[in-house]
Design a protein around this ligand. Structure first.
Ligand code: FNR
Length: 384
């Protein structure tokens, strides 16, 4: 089988399920408790219907999108996800090359399986954008050192993840770790080790739980000043994991008192792909909350969402409702599986590109700027 045999992202996930190690599948596919939030992230898109227009010249469609201070060829980025080498030896480097060739942003996890500078060195051009995702550590100096390396290697934005100060209860992952501990008496964690944080060893509660050891549990809004101080002025700050309109408003209000400049450039509405709080709202619903109660915020912050995006139509619906860009998590990791590596990730992005173009043509909206609420019927969301 080749990446070209994959017709859609469901095919990619099914291929990954067949070819990944048990441990990698359990770590990637798992989510909290009964995985209802993970499922809901995706099925909520079923409740949004299109309002397509006819009699328009649809011969030329342009998916070029903006993000912060750069352009992307598609309004899609790769969300930060740990341990890509569980799926392929090239890990995050393979994702970097595919993103570079496709012209989209890669967010690199604090818990990536390769060091940030090594991943960035796989860039296909000096212009290729990268963002670094940070989990602030209890030992602040560790995070400060990491950020120094990141700034030096080149970085457009730092993504501060806030929805998982402690991991959710991921039973698929945990069950496998117990099984392995029983059968070997000693878990071999060599392959499941993050290069940046050194975490992942001694995974009694599963790979996910081990990864969170040392993550600060005492972060508050005022800590944004600390983060700003670690960065060069041109590096943007994205907060990830916001789940209410209240927190989006607070994000927009944060200013550096010394300069009067705002501290947050964008927010990524996310519930960690259903891996943190079971029962958390799907990000599409939070986006609707912002549109209803704080529409002005769209003027001061870019708003992204991730979680459950598996089709081009999902992307287009999110954009119609105000998102500037959307992220994919599991699809990027899973597309590395079965020896696919870079070509698998490239294929995932290509599938989304073709699906987005088709959806835009059939909708009668030919540029990303044209996508707006006039193209969707969201009445079914009002009932939630
Ligand atoms: C994640 N996610 C994540 N987020 C983050 O900020 N830092 C991280 O290290 C990770 N690690 C991670 C590992 C794995 C295996 C998964 C599946 C997810 C969350 C990720 O950025 C994103 O929010 C979700 O994956 C989006 O949902 P989908 O696209 O996977 O449904």
């Amino acid at each position: 089988e080749t990446p070209e045999d994959m017709l859609n992202i469901a095919d990619i996930e099914e291929h990954a399920c067949r070819t990944l190690s048990k441990k990698a599948w359990a770590y990637y596919a798992s989510a909290s408790d009964d995985m209802r939030t993970k499922t809901y992230n995706n099925t909520i898109f079923n409740l949004v219907l299109f309002r397509p227009r006819i009699f328009r010249d649809i011969t030329v469609v342009d998916t070029t999108a903006r993000m912060l201070d750069f352009e992307t060829s598609l309004p899609v980025f790769v969300s930060p996800a740990a341990l890509a080498r569980l799926a392929h030896p090239d890990g995050e480097k393979a994702i970097a090359r595919a993103c570079g060739k496709q012209g989209i942003l890669q967010m690199i996890s604090n818990n990536a399986s390769l060091r940030y500078p090594d991943i960035v060195s796989a860039r296909v051009s000096s212009e290729q954008p990268f963002a670094f995702q940070l989990y602030v550590q209890n030992e602040r100096e560790r995070s400060e050192k990491l950020l120094r390396d990141v700034v030096k290697a080149g970085c457009r934005a730092v993504v501060l993840t806030l929805d998982a100060p402690t991991p959710g209860k991921r039973e698929m992952d945990e069950r496998l770790a117990r099984e392995e501990a029983r059968s070997t008496g000693n878990i071999d964690e060599g392959e499941a080790l993050s290069a940046n944080s050194g975490r992942g060893k001694g995974a009694e509660g599963g790979v996910g739980r081990a990864m969170f050891q040392g993550t600060a549990g005492d972060l508050v809004w005022d800590d944004l000043i600390w983060l700003k101080e670690q960065l060069r002025d041109d590096i943007k700050i994205i907060l990830k994991g916001l789940q209410t309109v209240e927190d989006v408003i607070l994000a927009a209000q944060q200013v550096d008192k010394r300069t009067g400049k705002k501290l947050v450039d964008a927010v990524l509405l996310s519930n960690h792909g259903g891996r943190a709080l079971e029962g958390a709202p799907p990000p599409l619903l939070v986006l609707e909350e912002v549109r209803a109660y704080a529409p002005d915020v769209f003027q001061s912050l870019e708003i992204y969402i991730d979680g459950g995006i598996r089709r081009g139509t999902d992307v287009v619906k999110a954009l119609c409702l105000g998102a500037t860009q959307v992220g994919i998590g599991r699809p990027a990791l899973m597309s590395l599986a079965g020896g696919f590596g870079e070509a698998g990730v490239f294929r995932v992005i290509q599938i989304l590109r073709e699906e987005i173009e088709t959806a835009m043509r059939l909708l009668g909206a030919l540029t990303i700027d044209q996508l707006g609420p006039q193209y969707v019927n969201t009445r079914q969301l009002d009932a939630i």
